[in-house]
Design a protein around this ligand. Structure first.
Ligand code: A2H
Length: 261
């Protein structure tokens, strides 16, 4: 972490129904039959079966960028600019010279999209919701984070807090209470590594940064070096071998693309 560029997997999470405020924002700017995708950047593609929500920073501005005919991505402007240099959505003849030339059709804070329904590749849940996460960094990845509470202590702490204070966050409690499916078995923490660690470290809030950093390191190394897949195409294989296979499979099917930060 922090050394050299991160090689993420950028996942295409499709909008199926806009929240009321998002519907207002896209009105007249996006064709009714266009496909719009939120693009979370992840370092754990093998956990995508366990996605239960997509997190946006409520105060962070997100752009809706036209990638090609009838296809749009929602990411930070900074991420769209990075993608431009990685050939994600421009051919050489329409390459933007400045950030202002990016094909952005609308811009809104994350809060405007909360409640939007999306369909995430590989998730056991057919539909998941856009939810707010205060700790999202505007300057990392795409600014969009997919929530995998089974294996990410940050995600588990956030989803627990959202369910506890649903009214305060202006969401429906059930959006934060989708079933958490076990994805990876580890010898020390069982099949729900993140909830086990959050409990062990007595983490009560997503802002408990130092304890979460510890839990995150343990979850990552235990999962990567000792984990076994419980679901999906590579069920029974070690995480070490399955990780890149899941990634390649997502990329090959067009559900994801490589993204460096
Ligand atoms: B990971 P690194 Cl299951 N702000 O994906 C905050 N967090 C962000 C982010 C942003 N702008 N962009 C990406 N991330 C998260 C899955 C996952 C992740 C699991 C376990 C651990 C884990 C599901 N969430 O990350 O600082 C994303 O969450 C622990 C490191 O660039 C991404 O991978 O190394 C990871 O942080 C990238 O963090």
């Amino acid at each position: 972490e922090g050394i050299g560029p991160q090689e993420y997997t950028a996942l295409k999470v499709k909008v199926t129904e806009w929240s009321a405020s998002a519907a207002e924002i896209v009105k007249g700017k996006i064709e009714d039959d266009a496909n719009v995708y939120f693009i979370p950047a992840t370092l754990r593609p093998e956990t995508m079966y366990g996605q239960t929500a997509i997190f946006l920073g409520p105060k962070i501005p997100y752009g809706i960028f036209k990638v090609k005919d009838k296809e749009y991505y929602i990411v930070t402007k900074r991420a769209a600019w990075n993608m431009a240099f990685q050939g994600t959505f421009f051919s050489s003849d329409n390459f933007p010279m400045t950030q202002n030339e990016l094909p952005m059709v609308a811009q809104a804070p994350g809060s405007a999209f909360v409640g939007t329904s999306v369909s995430a590749p590989l998730s056991v849940h057919k539909t998941i919701k856009i939810l707010p996460m205060e700790t999202v960094s505007a300057t990392k990845g795409t600014g969009v984070v997919t929530s995998v509470p089974s294996d990410s202590p940050d995600d588990y702490a956030t989803i627990t807090d959202l369910a506890k204070k649903a009214e305060y966050y202006g969401i429906k409690k059930e959006w934060a209470e989708l079933e958490i499916p076990p994805i990876i078995e580890t010898p020390t923490y069982g099949n729900l590594t993140a909830p086990a660690l959050v409990k062990q470290f007595k983490i009560n809030s997503p802002k408990d940064a130092s304890q979460l950093a510890l839990a995150k390191d343990l979850a990552y190394s235990e999962g990567f070096y000792k984990g076994t897949m419980l679901v999906g195409e590579f069920k029974g294989e070690t995480v070490q071998t399955a990780k890149d296979k899941v990634r390649q499979s997502l990329i090959k099917s067009g559900a994801a693309f490589p993204f460096a930060d």
